[in-house]
Design a binder for this molecule. Sequence first.
Ligand code: URP
Ligand code: ZN
Ligand code: ZN
Ligand code: ZN
Length: 458
Amino acid sequence: MSLLIKNGTVVTAVDQYVGDVLIEGERIATIGSSLSMPVDRTIDASGKLVLPGGIDVHTHLDMPFGGTTSADDFESGTIAAAFGGTTSIVDFAIQYKGQTLHHAWETWMHKAEGKAAIDYGFHMIITDLTDQVELEMDALVGQGVTSFKLFMAYPGVFMLDDASIFKALLRTGKNGGTICMHAENGGVIDVLVKKALAEGKTAPKYHALTRPVRAEAEATHRAIALAEMADVPIYIVHLSAAEALEMVTEARDRGLPAYAETCPQYLFLSDDNYEEPGFDGAKYVMSPPLRPAATQDRLWRGLAFNDLQAISTDHCPFCMKEQKSMGHGDFSKIPNGAPGIETRMSLVYDGGVRTGRISLNRFVELTSTSPAKIFGLFPRKGTIAPGSDADIVIFDPEKTTTLSVHSLHMKVDYNPYEGRQVTGVTETVISRGRVVIDNGRFVGRAGAGAFIKRSARW
Ligand code: URP
Ligand code: ZN
Ligand code: ZN
Ligand code: ZN
C-alpha cells in the first residue's frame, strides 16, 4: 500500500513547509515537493495541516477503579482517540498488591489485544515494591515497558511510602526506566476527606475542597527531591496547580531533569464547574481536581516556556448514570476521572495556537514529539521524517465544530466541554500507513493497533 499526501502544510516540532509526503507500507518513505509517482491513493491536503499523529501518554482504558471500570475499553477508547487525531497511546497496567508485574502486564496486553485500533504501550503502576518486583522492573524495561507510575495518593489502594518510591527511583537509575509520579499528599487528603464527611459535607465540590493545591505542591516537591537524591529524572503526571508548577520550575532552573505534563481539563475548566446544579459537579471529580480559573494562564505559560513538556489527557471516563452516581451522598465514592482522549488536539489547537498562547510547532511538540522523546518512542513516532512510522493527521485549521456527547465517540454519557465551539478539526488519520479516519469516518479496524515496545533512556 502506498499513499501520497499532496500540498499540505507539513508541521513538525521544528519545521513548517508546504510539501508532499510519500508513504510506503507502514513508514514515511520520502518528503518532497511536486512528488509524482504511481501510488495506491493520493490525498489532496491543500489548505490543511499535515501533523505527526498525536501521542497521548496518559490514558486509562478498561481500568477497574473505585468499584467500577472506566467506560471506554481498548476498542471504543482507541477509536475515539483516532477520531481526535491521536495515533498512539500509553495506557497504565496495574500491579495489585501481592501480584507480579508480569501478571499485570499480561492482563493489560489481553485487554488491548484484538481491540486497539491504534498503537499502544503501557506504563506499569507499581503498588507493592518487593525485591522480586525490582528485578521485574529491569525485565520489563527490556521488554519495552520502560516507565512506571507511582502514587503518593490513595492510601491503602495505590499509595507507596517514600522509601519504596526512593528504591524504585534508584532502580531506574540502573535500568534506564522513567518514574511517573501521581503527586498529591494522600495522607493529608485522607484526613481532610474523613473530616468533611463527618461534618456532613458530602456534595461533589468537597472532592476539590479536600484536595488542596498545597497537597499537590508538597508532593511534587517531595517527588522531585527524592529523584534528585536518587540522581534520576522524574516525570510528574497530570499537574494541575500553579503551586506545583512552581516546584517543577524551581527544579528545572537548578538544572534538574524534572518533567511534567498537564491536561486539557486543567487548561479549559476550573473549580467553578463544581458549582453546577444538582449532582453535575460529579462530572469533574478527578484527581487532582480542577483549580481556580487563574491557574490556566500559569499553566499556559509553563507550556510555552518548557516548564511543562507534554499535554496528555488522563482519559478515565465514568458515566454519570451508573458510575458517578455511586457517590450520591458521599463524594468520596464518586469514581475519579473524566473523558478527554478524543478532544485533546482540537481543544489545544483552538485554545492554544489560535489564541497565540503557543506556536504551531510547540503544539506539535506538546501533543506528540516531546512525549515521544520522554517515553522512548522517538524518532519512530512523534515526527514526520523518512523512516518514521506513517502516523499522520490531516487537520483542518479553519473548520469549526461544537463539542458534544451526541457527536463524540467516547462511550460515556456526558462531555465536560459540552457545547464548546472549537476551530481546528481532525479530518483524516493515518496509522502506520493505513487510513483509519477518512474525512471524519472511521475506516480502521479494531485489533489493527500494535503493542509498541518503547526504548529505555539509553
Ligand atoms: O482522577 C483521575 N485522575 N483518575 C485516573 C487515575 C489517576 O490517578 O490518574
Ligand atoms: Zn506469563
Ligand atoms: Zn494519577
Ligand atoms: Zn491517570
